[in-house]
Ligand binder design. Structure first.
Ligand SMILES: [Zn+2]
Length: 682
């Protein structure tokens, strides 16, 4: 680890995204997703399973007011706290108990985080007032001791932190911390931040190495990275210590979740239940990415934060091993991770089925979290390549073009009939869904997209790294030994359709600083501009320019974007004999609507030239691809199920055809139909 290469993401208030491609997505989040999400949190969406999220906060506040008013004479009314989900009896009036899924508080936290990021790009007084009033309601739910979770807060506070494995209290807390920090950074307001600090301080009295404290850790990670962020903003050592505690406890024996659940049979070593929560071994001994994919990458992100903040080489090495395991053996071409819906989990190396994939949107988002944290320690383009891949493909596919419906699962092959009639594929939806009762992905996409600039640029005192290319205006504050000044930077880019990037730099006063530009892995021949050759160096996939920036100047970079045929490692049995097509960062797929139902009948030849066409599909400008290919002649219904082919040439079975492809992220926006990324090769 070389500390001089450490960096942090640029503050969103110092960047304005002007990019054609991303601005459209940011606008969707602002105009569609955030208001829709608010309606969902308030149970105002017709036909969707009710969330009860804000209703729970309001009720918790009311219960608290009664507790305060009556003091010791208040009689607690308790309800069970061991139910994953509680819905009211439709025949009866609502009771004064928690309703919904037990992690429902996190929906508010993700909403406020997306709101905060959006406010940095689009100041909006009405939205900020709404957010302030929501925060007032949330803070009212906080108990005197600082505890803030409506599930236990309403139903039975005595049971708090008795089921870390399943009840997601620390998960909700982690999200609340992230939301509070984002809102503080966007608005300077501290009400929610103060509340989460009080909650964090309370958690510090419950968990720790001291004898009278619990030695637990959460079943669903996120608290690790949230506490690291809380430490970085507040500089309070106790939050870093608590993050360290949660990371270091995981995987120890005796197994905490056995101690917590004496009513169940203890787990045996090697059993899957250890792997599901990444608790099979202490974190430094974990060599394979295992278990629930979202939880795994959230943990690894927290480990990476901690490795950087404590300069822990062994923890960094563990992160690197896990990163390589995922990206070299367990990641779909689209940046999706998690091959099975059973446990929403990783399976084993090279097991990447296309039609039963899980590839949850949240897992790809978590992979992007992990990637940026690795970049913050080690600026190596391999992390940013994956970040870019996941963003333009497996994450964006999670949201419809109109921002109103969402995929939870992102398969690489869909047969509509199979999704409807084959139970093994029931988790795969062929059309995006309105909202989910267990709504993790939509609000996660909202917070990811609205903060996308924080993944594009990271900085330290004198260096600015360009990891992703997007149009933006940003201010880089340069701090040298003798001065602090600013570089005003304007980026113009047509990514992901063209690899040309123009960067205009205007220094407030002459200052020495470094700009580092990622050379994408898909760009095979990057020409270093003639005028930069004298000062340019290349390290780990970045072009570094160090110089005194004296006057306004322009840097023109061109990353030629060729269309590429790709094959998978032969270990991926599902993709043997198949090809996929990618252009720049964008993976392509074939859809029924542009071709025909039988997409598996198309065979492509990697020698064929691919034709590019800029089209407007439903108001969106994008690049479509077209390639001449062979298509297996279809049998009539009445023909025999099996037929002899002795002496028959391959070509006799085929006819000439043309295959049309659209960006993978765009699939499923034009009605119901089959889709595939991988195509037969001949
Ligand atoms: Zn999700």
């Amino acid at each position: 680890m070389d500390q001089k290469n450490f960096s942090a993401s640029i503050a969103l208030r110092n960047v304005q995204v002007t990019d054609t491609f991303w601005k459209k997505e940011l606008e969707l989040v602002r105009k569609e997703v955030i208001p829709y999400q608010w309606d969902a949190l308030n149970d105002r969406i017709e036909g969707a399973e009710k969330s009860y999220c804000m209703r729970n906060f309001k009720l918790a506040g009311e219960v608290n007011r009664k507790r305060r008013a009556l003091g010791t004479s208040y009689q607690e009314v308790t309800y069970p706290t061991n139910q994953w989900v509680t819905f009211p009896d439709p025949e009866k009036e609502l009771e004064e108990r928690f309703y919904g899924w037990y992690f429902q508080d996190s929906d508010f936290a993700k909403w406020i985080e997306a709101v905060a990021y959006s406010l940095t790009q689009y100041p909006d007084k009405a939205l900020e007032e709404l957010a302030d009033s929501a925060i007032d309601q949330v803070v009212e739910a906080q108990l005197e001791n600082g505890y803030l979770n409506t599930h236990y807060g309403i139903n039975d506070p005595k049971n708090a932190f008795t089921n870390l494995r399943d009840a997601h209290e620390l998960y909700c807390f982690g999200h609340l911390v992230e939301g509070a920090l984002a809102y503080y950074e966007a608005t300077g307001k501290t009400k929610l931040l103060n509340a989460v600090e009080r909650y964090a301080d309370y958690i510090g009295t419950v968990f720790g190495l001291e004898e009278d404290k619990k030695k637990g850790y959460p079943g669903h990670e996120i608290v690790e990275m949230a506490l690291c962020k809380l430490y970085e903003v507040t500089k309070k050592q106790q939050y870093l210590d608590l993050a360290t505690f949660f990371v270091e406890e995981r995987g120890k024996r005796p197994y905490y979740f056995d101690l917590e659940h004496p009513e169940e049979k203890p787990a045996k070593e090697g059993e899957l239940k250890f792997f599901y929560n990444q608790a099979h071994a202490p974190v430094r001994e974990q060599k394979d990415a295992t278990g629930h994919a979202v939880r795994a990458v959230y943990l690894y992100s927290g480990m990476a934060d901690l490795a950087r903040l404590t300069q822990d080489e062994s923890l960094f090495a563990a992160c690197e091993t896990l990163w390589n395991d995922i990206t070299q053996k367990k990641m779909y071409l689209t940046g999706g991770i998690g091959s099975t819906h059973l446990g929403e989990a990783f399976t084993f190396p090279f097991d990447l089925p296309n039609d039963t994939a899980y590839a949850e949107t949240c897992a790809s988002i978590g992979l992007v979290f992990f990637a940026r944290r690795m970049l913050e320690m080690n600026p190596d383009s391999k992390y940013a390549d994956v970040m870019e891949l996941a963003l333009y493909n497996g994450i964006l596919s999670g949201m419809a073009q109109d921002g109103k419906s969402f995929f939870y699962v992102n398969p690489l092959e869909v047969d509509v009939e199979a999704c409807k009639k084959d139970e093994r594929k029931h988790h795969v939806k062929h059309q995006r869904q309105k909202w989910f009762g267990c709504a993790c992905c939509p609000p996660n996409i909202a917070r990811m997209i609205s903060s996308v600039a924080a993944y594009a640029f990271t900085e330290n005192a004198t260096t600015l790294w360009f990891h992703l290319y997007m149009g933006a205006n940003l201010t880089k504050v340069v701090k040298t030994q003798d001065k602090t000044t600013s570089l005003h930077i304007q980026v113009e880019s047509q990514f992901p359709w063209s690899g040309e990037v123009l960067i205009k730099v205007r220094p407030e006063e002459p200052v020495e600083a470094t700009m580092a530009f990622r050379i994408p892995a898909w760009c095979k021949h990057f020409p270093i501009p003639e005028e930069l050759k004298a000062i340019a160096t290349i390290q780990k996939g970045y072009l570094y320019l160090t110089k005194v920036w004296e006057k306004e100047e322009e840097i023109k970079l061109d990353f030629p974007m060729e269309t590429q045929y790709l094959r998978a490692h032969t270990g991926v049995k599902e993709d043997l004999g198949r090809l996929a097509i990618k252009r720049g960062p964008v993976v392509y797929c074939a859809e029924e609507i542009d071709n025909s139902t039988d997409l598996k009948a198309y065979f492509i030849n990697p020698k064929k030239e691919i034709i590019r066409k800029t089209v407007n599909l439903q108001g969106e400008e994008l690049v479509m691809l077209e390639v001449a290919c062979k298509k297996m002649k279809a049998d009539e219904q009445q023909e025999a199920l099996y037929q002899e082919v002795t002496g028959t040439s391959f070509d006799e079975l085929m006819e000439e055809a043309t295959l049309k492809l659209v960006p993978y992220y765009f699939w499923g926006n034009r009605g119901e139909g089959n889709m595939t990324v991988w195509l037969g090769m001949r």
